[in-house]
Design a protein around this ligand. Structure first.
Ligand code: F6P
Length: 552
């Protein structure tokens, strides 16, 4: 199926931005702030408890006017409507994209194929709630009659990153009398280290996989099954120590999990958009159903803002457009997300999948190859650790790296001067990146001429600052939805299908082909390229005979 849309680079709004870029590209943020004493508040929006300061970007009011024009001519308004109406905007898979329905209230309605899906969403949420109460109250017992003390989520990609990120982000709100772990990598080390100090009779595995066929997850799930059965010496134990989160009831049953203990979701929820579906079961177990509802409420508030706020004051739209501005006009290849909160340490990793699996595409919904850049590479670490590692390059390197700084006004762990110091660093970094320090200033401080260029900071490095009162389940929901919809905005401008992921398929297929070839016993003839053949040969020799047979 192809769509008829005007190629992006032929749109007048694109040409206007291109011309404007040439005017503005040499202008320094020092100048922009000097020209307009109100700039710091003029380019800031507060919505849903999030203060978004985008004044330290290389933009003028004209830039924003032109970017908003691009959003209009790209049909962003219509696309948002289409998503919320359950249209099949994931065209390559013929699916609706309705993660917004996951956070609907009981009386809202979201239609897929003429059917309101809100009732089934709440059925699953209710089932998760009952289950969570059962486990945390000790009513749900392991095979040997002991209550569950350890929860291990086994999943990968969207079935792991959301759960891990949410657990780490909301650890403050989590039960401290239970252990939560996450296994994702097919590397046996992940499994071994996650289980080595746990007792199987107190451990519950949540096998999270939309498809229930993902090789890494199923391999880990089978090892978990073996661990439980070997320890408890009875196949029957599986029913008390395994539950599943999936869209594939057939495979869940085949694995041996009672489908009464399966928590469903639907093909209109993409893996990377699923942390607030049943994939969030480990999150609910950790923080409790009430906090989980607050998390959903946060998502919902941002959805509503995205759907209804005028684009000029719409946080995800502005964020998405700024990303387009730097990616397509300034040639920025990467963007850093720098949360000044230790609890958000996995947030950049979560955003990597959300952003790059969504918008790392080079073919438009029309089937043509793009003649412009799409998704930036997303990376980051919590402040202040990054400051002592890679910030040097952001300040004085040769690459332009727009950054999102995220900070909270109130710490969840007030401790002497710590929080003031943390936030002072955040504010200082955005100031230093924007304004820098000229060679003259450095010389005036007494630095010798030869050293001055090394100590000078060019500045003019763009940043967004996202300031929130406190990290709570609700504010986390808002932050995640903010990025989800920013990604949507970018994908719409770039005319790509942000909801498929065909680029992950080839590697999976080739790995399946190579796996039996590693079997030293049979040593089948290798028919790859000379590099792959040699690598496999070396592995066969070094790994020793019989290893694969033992495992299979
Ligand atoms: O291989 C990529 C991917 O399909 C992701 O999009 C997804 O989040 C992940 O694998 C896990 O898939 P599943 O939940 O079906 O195991």
């Amino acid at each position: 199926m192809t769509l008829t849309i005007n190629p992006l680079t032929q749109q007048p709004s694109w040409h206007a931005l291109d011309a404007h870029y040439r005017d503005i590209n040499a202008v320094h943020l020092r100048q922009l702030f000097a020209d307009d004493p109100q700039r710091g508040t003029r380019f800031a929006v507060e919505a849903e408890g999030i203060y978004f300061d985008y004044s330290k970007n290389r933009i003028t009011e004209e830039t924003i006017r032109l970017l908003l024009g691009l959003a209009e001519s790209s049909g962003l308004c219509e696309r948002i409507d289409a998503m919320f109406h359950g249209d099949k905007i994931n065209i390559t898979e013929g699916r609706a994209v309705l993660h917004v329905a996951l956070r609907a209230t009981r009386n809202q309605s979201f239609m897929v194929d003429g059917k309101n899906v809100t009732p089934v969403v709440h059925e699953v949420l209710d089932k998760m709630t009952r289950f969570s109460h059962g486990v945390t109250s000790g009513q749900w017992k392991g095979y040997s009659g002991k209550p569950i003390r350890n929860i291990i989520n086994i999943g990968i990609g969207g079935s792991d990153l959301g759960p891990v990120m949410a657990f780490e982000a909301l650890r403050h709100y989590s039960r401290r009398d239970m252990t939560f772990r996450f296994i994702s990598n097919v590397d046996g080390t992940d499994f071994a280290e996650a289980t080595r100090d746990l007792c199987a009779d107190e451990t519950l595995f949540i096998i999270s996989s939309k498809t229930f066929t993902t090789q890494e997850t199923m391999t880990n799930a089978h090892s978990a099954r073996q661990w439980v059965v070997q320890t408890l010496k009875d196949e029957v134990a599986v029913a008390r120590h395994f539950v599943a989160v999936s869209t594939n009831a057939g495979e869940v049953a085949r694995f041996g999990i009672d489908t009464a203990n399966m928590f469903g979701f639907w093909d209109w929820v993409g893996g990377r958009y699923s942390m607030d579906s049943a994939i969030g079961l480990s999150t609910m177990l950790a923080i409790g159903p009430e906090n989980f509802q607050s998390l959903l409420g946060g998502f919902r508030a941002m959805d509503e803002h995205f759907r209804t706020a005028p684009f000029a004051r719409n946080l995800p739209v502005l964020m998405g457009l700024l990303s387009v501005w730097y990616t397509n006009f300034f040639g920025a290849q990467t963007m850093a997300v720098l949360p000044y909160d230790q609890y958000l340490k996995r947030f950049p990793a979560y955003l990597q999948q959300l952003t790059m699996e969504s918008n790392g595409k080079h073919v438009t919904v029309n089937g043509t190859t793009v003649d412009y850049q799409t998704s930036p590479i997303i990376w980051g670490e919590p402040g202040t650790n990054g400051q002592h590692s890679f910030y040097q390059l952001i300040h004085q390197g040769t690459k332009l790296i727009p950054c999102d700084f995220i900070g909270f006004c109130r710490s969840l762990n007030p401790l002497g001067p710590h929080h003031d110091l943390l936030m002072a660093n955040l504010f200082a970094q955005t100031e230093a990146l924007a304004f820098g320090k000229t060679v003259e200033e450095v010389r005036t401080e007494g630095t010798p001429d030869w050293l001055a260029p090394h100590r000078a900071f060019e500045g003019n490095r763009p940043t967004n600052t996202i300031l929130v009162e406190q990290l709570t389940p609700e504010t986390l929901g808002k932050l995640v939805a903010l990025y989800e919809h920013s990604v949507f905005t970018q994908g719409t401008i770039w005319q790509i299908d942000s909801f498929d992921q065909w680029g992950v398929e080839l590697g999976k297929v080739l790995a399946k082909r190579i796996q039996p070839e590693l079997s030293r016993g049979k040593e089948p003839q290798l028919q790859h390229d000379s590099s792959t053949n040699e690598l496999i040969q070396r592995y066969r020799i070094a790994a020793g005979p019989g290893k694969m047979e033992e495992l299979s």
